[in-house]
Design a protein around this ligand. Structure first.
Ligand SMILES: Nc1ncnc2c1ncn2[C@@H]1O[C@H](COP(=O)(O)OP(=O)(O)OP(=O)(O)O)[C@@H](O)[C@H]1O
Ligand SMILES: [Mg+2]
Length: 447
């Protein structure tokens, strides 16, 4: 087999030598340079599949410049080396398409582990198993949408699939967070290993910890036998942690440890285990706010948020609605053995107008319901839920009839705003310009 070729760009001689020795010992063909300028000369002559570069380099051309330019030229896997405290730059590098980053002083073992993964990644690229464009990505993942927002998002997802970094997906309920998580997994070099999902909101601390890390028999009441944790089950694969904003501080600390050191200890055990799992986290909370009010660890936030994907609510990308409607009609024609063809322009208008507080999941449910109800091949008004037809459920407009009481109007406005914020009183209070206490007081009053 040919030796793997790797380019090392590091201006500190000690580190450069350590890397060269370690990589050559592992049977790689290494070229090492001390500056971005020299690196660029070599890259022009030869396309190294693997590159390790310090972010900061003495000289005019930085590691970030090299990363940017080289990613435009071809598709190498690039591992960045950062100094302690440069997490923001590291995050930027991930955005630019770096495979991962490692903080100085590093362990050679960590570098080698990353290189193994980069080699796998390069294999996928050279076998052309990764989608090269958005259309292909959309086809092989079932993600529908061609609005500008959706295209941006798919581009980030494509980049995320090419790196091994942790991804944080934020967005309202029903916007497709899990779907995009799976898309990233399916297009990553980890696709032949497990995709394991866990909802962190529904479990107590003990259960969550034991589910993630496993436990030994007798470690707590109810632990009647040993349990293998998801980090072990998902070894080599991807772990999707849903509702990550609801994790308690004590479990947050343990997750941070896995992310930082790649190690964990099962509940009640004394044995440290190694983790090789890519984490994709999701939340519908504003995690930065949780960091501000002390509910979420800042260090963990940064570790999770290496690549951030924000799912836009459906009301902000309404141009996707017609495509989504056809997509769901096709899906349910197959599932329900129906032959529904198009929907009338009138119905389409109604669906375009509506605010979709439950996002794509709500749209999907509405179409399914309509198709169950309709006997012919045409969906009509009577198959749609009343609140959508009368536009009462439209979170973006309310009707105030002159002559009605201010009290009633206030009630309508508060309830509708809460609907819009999915019951988030803090957000609603900001929008309405009243205190949370007043909202709570009113809700109590209305029973
Ligand atoms: N762009 C899309 N194209 C096609 N289907 C989609 C799209 N986005 C979401 N869906 C569908 O909508 C439903 C909800 O998506 P998903 O479960 O991924 O949302 P979510 O953001 O994880 O929601 P929650 O926060 O409630 O868990 C799923 O059935 C999914 O297949
Ligand atoms: Mg979900």
């Amino acid at each position: 087999m040919d030796k793997v070729q790797i380019l090392v760009i590091e201006d500190e001689e000690v580190y450069r030598n350590v890397l060269c020795i370690a990589l050559r010992e592992h049977n790689m063909e290494v070229q090492a340079v001390a500056s971005g300028e020299e690196a660029w000369e070599l890259i022009k002559q030869h396309r190294f599949p693997l590159i390790i570069s310090d972010i900061r380099l003495a000289g005019k051309v930085s590691g970030m410049d090299i990363l940017k330019d080289v990613k435009e030229l071809y598709d190498p896997s690039v591992l960045m080396i950062t100094a302690f405290g440069e997490i923001e730059m590291a995050v930027e590098a991930m955005r630019l398409g770096a495979f991962n980053y490692i903080t100085k002083p590093f362990q050679v073992e960590d570098i080698l582990k990353n290189i193994d993964r980069m080699i796998l990644q390069q294999k996928i690229i050279s076998d052309q198993l990764q989608p090269s464009n958005l259309e292909e990505l959309s086809r092989n993942t079932g993600i529908v949408g061609n609005s500008g927002k959706m295209c941006n998002l798919m581009n980030i997802a494509l980049k995320a699939a090419r790196s091994d970094a942790t991804v944080l997906i934020t967005g309202e309920s029903g916007t497709g967070k899990e779907l995009i998580a799976k898309a990233i997994y399916q297009n990553s070099y980890r696709k032949d290993k497990e995709f394991v999902a866990i909802n962190c909101a529904t479990l107590s601390d003990e259960f969550l910890e034991s589910a993630l890390f496993g436990h030994v028999k007798g470690s707590y009441t109810g632990a009647i036998k040993d349990r293998v944790g998801l980090f072990e089950k998902a070894d080599g694969g991807t772990l999707f942690m849903d509702e990550v904003g609801d994790i308690s501080k004590s479990v947050q600390a343990k997750i941070l440890r896995v992310l930082q050191e790649g190690e964990y200890i099962p509940l009640g055990s004394t044995e440290t285990k190694k983790a090789n799992v890519r984490i994709i986290a999701a939340t519908n909370k504003n995690l930065l706010e949780s960091v501000d009010n002390g509910e979420f660890r800042e260090d963990l936030y940064y570790r999770l948020n290496v690549i951030n994907i924000m799912m836009p609510p459906l009301r902000d990308r309404k141009s996707d609605i017609p495509l989504l409607i056809s997509h769901f009609i096709k899906k349910f024609n197959a599932k329900l053995q129906k032959k529904v063809t198009r929907i009338s322009p009138e119905i389409e208008d109604i669906l375009m107008e509506y605010g979709w507080p439950g996002n794509i999941r709500e749209l999907e449910n509405v179409i399914e319901r309509a198709m169950v109800l309709c006997s012919g091949n045409k969906i009509s008004k009577k198959h749609l839920p009343e609140n959508i037809v009368s536009r009462k459920g439209n979170a973006h407009s309310i009707t105030v009839v002159p002559g009605s009481s201010l009290y009633e109007a206030e009630k309508e406005l508060i309830l509708r705003t809460l609907q819009l914020t999915k019951g988030n009183k803090q957000e609603a209070s900001k929008m309405l310009g009243i205190s949370i206490r007043k909202i709570e007081y009113r809700i109590k009053e209305w029973g």
